[in-house]
Design a protein around this ligand. Sequence first.
Ligand SMILES: NC(=O)c1ccc[n+]([C@@H]2O[C@H](COP(=O)([O-])OP(=O)(O)OC[C@H]3O[C@@H](n4cnc5c(N)ncnc54)[C@H](O)[C@@H]3O)[C@@H](O)[C@H]2O)c1
Length: 269
Amino acid sequence: MDQNVLGLAGKPALVIGGGFGMGRASALLLARAGANVALADLIEERAQAVKKEVEAHGVRALALTGDVTDKAAAERIVAEAVKFHGSLEVLINMVGLATWNELMDTDEDAWEQQMLINLRHHLYIGRAAARQMIKQGGGGRMAFVASVSGIYGAPFHGAYGAAKAGLMSLTRTMANEWGPHNIRVNAVAPDVISTPRHPGNMNREQALDEGVLLGRMGQPEEIAGALVFFVSDLASFVTGQTLIVDGGVHAAFPHFSGIRAALQRSKQG
Ligand SMILES: NC(=O)c1ccc[n+]([C@@H]2O[C@H](COP(=O)([O-])OP(=O)(O)OC[C@H]3O[C@@H](n4cnc5c(N)ncnc54)[C@H](O)[C@@H]3O)[C@@H](O)[C@H]2O)c1
């Protein structure tokens, strides 16, 4: 039996936003695959708690704290992870936050804040990590968390949608510029994942009505699965891609529920 089918055993990894939800799930999945994990979070207690959970898998862990929207803090976090591991091969960054506002009510500050928390820090962190990976030689793997709001129109959260669309573009550009150094860069676009920030909590009937083909909301672990796939050897020829992970919502016509309702009416009548 191949114990290291993902090729992650012993790899030096950094997970940003690793203290909670999808980030915590990613840190734990990397640990189960044998990677050593530095994890960073805005909230120190969260980072410390997940560090202990990671160590319980028998790998090395480091808890870091800082606000990655601050360039100096973002670069320090990467530098401290490199110091801890001696190198860096895997980066997962899932920090992002949606605010809800119509475009008419979105002022410059709100717009800039959304660009900062959803887009700009990916440049700071990705670039610092890539510099290290290029210096080491041998390449690296990065995975980010975008959103379906960056693929479709994003009514009432247009700044967030524009920033996530920017992140998917940045992912492709990083893949282009750093591919020759064997650095792969990909993104996951979640929808209907059950996290405290998600506006709706659906039962089976509601989920099916909303077009979630699997009839339920997703779990943070199901985003971690896609992120860890991207940074694993299984994705060794995949770069510049965004994978939608949404229980099938976006596999149907946008007007699917209307069609289904019309078919049901015609069956009844
Ligand atoms: N839940 C969904 O259905 C859904 C859909 C699409 C996209 N997303 C994306 O998924 C990602 C995770 O969302 P979430 O609601 O689970 O995240 P969250 O707000 O719970 O944050 C996760 C962790 O990141 C940390 N963090 C936040 N800001 C930080 C900063 N500036 N510096 C360092 N750490 C910071 C938080 O403390 C937290 O522990 C986001 O990028 C979000 O846009 C979620």
